[in-house]
Write a protein that binds this ligand. Structure first.
Ligand code: B12
Length: 454
């Protein structure tokens, strides 16, 4: 059926929620993915955003087309929602990281799937929909150049919702490092692609407050490209935060510029303190990580370091070694995650081939449950070690010692640590039992492969 005759077609975009959030729902960031999809939608469309953590799911009758985004842990809920709208006779399109790596699975619930970045395919998809010739797959080519040309995201679709801030932008996509546990290189290309500095600075200048969060994987990954953005922000008196790899701190002049440009916080993936995952291309440089962490900390920047437990060369000694590492370099906020082999990664492929995946319940691929059989530990040892490490890193003496060693922003540091302490303290082994992390998978489940997009 063609819907070309409709006056103003209506697109509903949904960010699925995996569980109910209390007051913290107002301390989240809005989905940039969907703001970007909205920006790619021609102006004749009426676009509505539903963030399920804040909004009820509406009836499909008010819309012509529904678009749903999904990371892996959101996929189960995304499929439930897609099924609901299709039962109401509304066509559903899906995109984002999970449908990108599992398009065949997503197509069991959606009429069309966007594989990869929507910028090059969204207009065609919507035109096809209006013309009644929607195809099943819209595959974006994997970008080969080092330029990123994307429209500014549409923030007005967030009206009426509350977030910690809506002032988020993305300066770059792509990554040359291709880590085994990450999908970014395969789907966003093996180069850092940056937007023009002038375009980013103009977008930041349009914000009412002098504050921005960059939702990049590695904002400082290419210092030559990041420098003009940093210089621009220095002149504008902006305060900002982002995710990056630590390597930038090898260059004292760059670290100085980062601090001077208004950086208040950085999130870095350390991943592992020993073994092969401590020497990843993205982190390995001349200077040991411990030294780089101290440098960033001493520059007065709040540093959140993410550490992962469960790699194949991790034995039960890894928990203590990691805690000693954290004690020595005292990053502002240490975060500990359970290794999660996401579909579409080399790790997922390996564990699947080795029959080590415990299940494919995507809602439990969330960094807080053991979903695979580790090599040098039992799943239970991994879960308990992770839980105990989180508690130990957030005892009051550990927190106060960290805050004391961080010269800048002591009160903010204390507040962050306090916010993390509660959830860490409340973890219990019974959670693991309740989540039945040790339930074995029927053998056939191991044989099904991820539907690769590449
Ligand atoms: C910013 C970010 C966050 C923010 C999210 C803020 C928010 N509310 O969205 C924060 C810090 C909160 C976060 C948290 C988590 N994140 Co995160 N995050 C990212 C990051 C760095 C960028 C995502 C982004 O906004 N990109 C900008 C947009 C514009 O790009 P995009 O999402 O790819 O969308 C484009 C296309 O995919 C497509 N598209 C997307 N959705 C849709 C929908 C439709 C209908 C269509 C047509 C197209 C389409 O069009 C867009 C434009 O091209 C990515 C890495 C990456 N490069 O993707 C990881 C990433 C998405 N995160 C990841 C993970 C694992 C998490 C956590 C689970 C981690 C944890 N320890 O808990 C949590 C989950 C939090 C939650 N809300 O449930 C993984 C997901 C892996 C997977 N297979 O699911 C990624 C890929 C990181 C990685 N390297 O593996 N994350």
């Amino acid at each position: 059926m063609s819907v070309k005759s409709l006056k103003s077609p209506r697109l509903l975009l949904i960010y699925p929620a995996t569980h109910k959030l209390g007051w913290v729902k107002y301390f989240q960031l809005p989905s940039l993915s969907l703001q970007q999809v909205a920006a790619l939608t021609p102006p004749e469309w009426e676009v509505t955003l539903v963030d399920e953590s804040q909004d009820p799911i509406p009836s499909g009758s008010q819309y012509d087309l529904v678009g749903i985004t999904a990371m892996t842990h959101q996929a189960t809920r995304a499929y439930e929602l897609a099924d609901k709208f299709r039962r109401e006779g509304i066509k559903v399109i899906m995109g984002g990281m999970h449908p990108t790596v599992m398009p065949e699975e997503a197509l069991a619930h959606a009429d069309a799937v966007v594989i990869g970045e929507a910028e090059t395919v969204m207009a065609t998809l919507l035109d096809d929909f209006l013309g009644g010739r929607l195809e099943k797959i819209y595959r974006a080519p994997i970008a080969q150049d080092d330029r990123l040309d994307i429209p500014w995201s549409r923030r007005e679709i967030l009206a009426g919702k509350r977030y910690i801030t809506t002032q988020t932008v993305q300066a770059s996509r792509g990554c040359p490092y291709d880590c085994a546990f990450c999908t970014v290189t395969q789907y966003f290309g093996n180069r850092f692609r940056y937007r023009e500095a002038a375009d980013i600075l103009a977008e930041i200048r349009s914000f009412p407050k002098k504050f921005v969060i960059f939702l990049d994987d590695n904002f400082l990954g290419d210092p030559a490209k990041a420098r003009p953005i940093l210089e621009g922000m220095t002149e504008m008196g902006i305060r900002w935060g982002s995710q990056t790899s630590l390597r930038f701190a090898e260059d004292p002049a760059l670290l100085k510029l980062v601090a001077k440009s208004g950086c208040i916080g950085l999130f870095v993936g350390i991943e592992s303190v020993e073994g092969s995952f401590s020497r990843l291309a993205k982190t390995a440089g001349e200077t040991p990580q411990i030294e780089l962490i101290k440098r960033v900390r001493d520059a007065g920047i709040i540093l959140e370091t993410s550490l992962i437990f469960g790699f194949d060369d991790h034995d039960p000694g890894i928990f203590d070694k990691t805690l000693r590492f954290v004690e020595e370099c005292s990053p502002s906020v240490p975060t500990f995650n359970l290794l999660t082999p996401y579909p579409g990664t080399k790790l997922f492929q390996q564990y699947q081939q080795e029959g080590r995946l415990l299940h494919r319940d995507w809602s439990r691929y969330n960094h807080s449950e053991v979903v695979f059989r580790p090599k040098l530990m039992t799943p239970e040892q991994l879960y308990r070690g992770w839980m105990e490490a989180r508690k130990e890193a957030y005892t009051w003496p550990a927190i106060l010692s960290r805050v004391w060693k961080n010269p800048g922003r002591r009160l903010t540091n204390l507040a962050y640590n306090f916010m993390r302490k509660g959830p860490n303290d409340s973890l219990q082994v019974s959670d693991a039992d309740q989540l039945s992390i040790y339930r074995p998978l029927p053998a056939t489940e191991h044989l099904r492969g991820p539907e690769h997009a590449g």
